[in-house]
Write a protein that binds this ligand. Structure first.
Ligand code: ZN
Length: 500
């Protein structure tokens, strides 16, 4: 708790996060109804179990348990040998059983941490450790729908019983910016593992920050905390946290004490609004779920799970720096998008083969630039991921090689990439079909230069008299003669030689 024992110099926010991640499994947490977050027809993926019919019994989803264990391990948590499910009792129309199956005192994972890169002094970055208190499995509730103007409400149970992993941090986060960095890193870890889509906009990752503020000089944690709900984007998360910090600091400055409440973020109003007084754990009357066995994790099971964790974003960033020497910003942007990272690495291995020897670093830099700029722009415009596009890593690598060898100009390369994106196909063929091949043939270029020199006697004389800009004019004329496809370096060299 050392972090919290430093006295604050101003009004200092203390932020803990509760994150719900919908796990990517074929079926729901305790029944075999499909777990499909994209289903739009209401009450399609339901059965007797997830609608809470009397006499039905739950069966825990093996894959959901495995994913929870792996995410827990990736977050450096301790996984105890035994874990169990509990009933959390509350009444709400979207919860037909009258209780939610969750985990209370024996969560799957506890006492972990995630190190994040936060802005440090002098524009650099610093590593900060955010402790993870616990991660536990539970089932989601259905969705209440309130049709506009109607005097009734509807319930859609498609989401009822889908598996959620709830991840709870210690209050180690000190700003909205840090919260955002933590969430992005967590999202990337979930995606790299393949445990879920962790998409805040689609609701497969949901955030409930709890926020309180310490007064200047205050050592201990505040005696209250305010939970904020209804946050469904990274932008809302930042805005809601910043709004709450300012609101609470204002109350403290006036000598008051903020109430312990649950607030909802209202994006239209740009502010949080009080929803209800916060429940205490004993309001939920937790007790062990009698219909499910205790979970027992053998040593072998945990070792196997640990071994199945793929390279995580932080490790990948370090390797990209070591192997490709890319700038930090490029590395961060590449690794933010898992599929783009995979595409980039496949293209690099293709380039390795094309180069026929150890890959020069400049190829990696070029491939990264083309991935992050032109290729990303095309992908974003079409709203698809790199692995769904018609551009194969092999063809992409070939294009990079054509540009690097000056067989095609960068400008023409953009046209070729756009064509590859639209129709697929090999860049060399597209380059020829579009007549974009760059002319490097000395004989062809010399012929153009001879013509330009004989037709522009005055510019030639001016250049020989020391007027440098005439040279640029002559290069321009030669390029025009070559229909813009002359290799600029070769044109320059041959023209200089001719004028000597
Ligand atoms: Zn079901």
């Amino acid at each position: 708790m050392a972090e919290n024992l430093k006295p604050s110099s101003g009004y200092a926010p203390v932020i803990g996060l509760e994150i719900h991640v919908q796990l990517k499994t074929k079926s729901k947490m305790f029944c075999d109804s499909p777990n499909n977050p994209d289903e739009t027809a209401p009450n399609k993926n339901i059965c007797e179990i997830c609608t809470g019919q009397p006499g039905t019994l739950p069966v825990a989803n093996r894959e959901a348990v495995r994913l929870a264990v792996i995410v827990g391990q990736a977050l450096n948590c301790r996984i105890e040998e035994y874990s169990k499910f509990d009933r959390k009792n509350y009444f709400y129309p979207d919860l037909p059983k009258g209780y939610q199956i969750s985990q209370y005192d024996r969560p799957i994972a506890q006492n972990g941490y995630l190190d994040i890169e936060v802005p440090g002094e002098n524009g650099g970055s610093a590593s900060k450790r955010i402790r993870i208190r616990r991660a536990h499995l539970e089932e989601d509730a259905g969705k209440n729908i309130h049709p506009e103007g109607a005097d009734y409400s509807l319930v859609d149970f498609n989401r009822a019983g889908t598996p959620l992993l709830e991840i709870v941090t210690e209050p180690d986060i000190a700003s909205a910016k840090e919260a955002k960095i933590f969430l992005q890193e967590l999202r990337n870890i979930i995606r790299y593992i393949g445990a879920g889509s962790a998409d805040m906009e689609k609701g497969t990752m949901r955030l409930e920050p709890n926020i309180s503020v310490r007064k200047p000089g205050q050592l201990e944690l505040p005696a209250y905390k305010v939970e904020v709900k209804n946050i469904n984007s990274f932008r809302f998360a930042e805005s809601a946290i910043e709004y709450e910090i300012a609101r609470q600091a204002e109350i403290l400055k006036e000598g008051g004490m903020p109430k312990q409440v649950t607030m909802g973020w209202n994006e239209k109003a740009g502010q949080t609004m009080e929803q209800r007084e916060k429940e205490e754990a004993n309001d939920y009357r937790y007790f062990p779920e009698p219909d499910l066995p205790i979970l027992h994790f053998s040593k072998e099971y945990l070792e196997e799970a640990l071994a199945s964790i793929p390279e995580l974003p932080a490790q990948k960033r370090a390797r990209f720096k070591r192997e490709y020497g890319l700038p930090d910003a490029d590395i961060r942007n590449l690794t933010e998008w898992k599929e783009l990272t995979e595409f980039f690495e496949e293209a690099i291995s293709e380039l390795d083969e094309l180069a026929g020897k150890a890959l020069p670093l400049k190829f990696a830099k070029m491939a990264a630039n083309w991935c992050l700029q032109d290729f990303s722009a095309l992908l974003n415009a079409a709203k698809i991921n790199p692995l769904e596009s018609k551009v194969t890593p092999h063809n992409f690598a070939e294009l990079i090689k054509l540009i690097e060898q000056s067989k095609i100009s960068a400008t023409a390369g953009k046209q070729v990439l756009a064509k590859m994106f639209e129709l697929g196909g090999e860049p060399s063929r597209i380059m020829e079909d579009l007549g974009l091949a760059q002319v490097s043939d000395a004989a062809v270029i010399e012929q153009a230069i001879n013509k330009v020199v004989s037709e522009n006697a005055k510019a030639v004389a001016d250049y020989k008299a020391g007027l440098q800009k005439s040279f640029g004019f002559l290069v321009g004329m030669a390029m025009k003669e070559l229909k813009g496809k002359g290799n600029p370096q070769v044109v320059n060299d041959l023209l200089k030689k001719k004028l000597e």
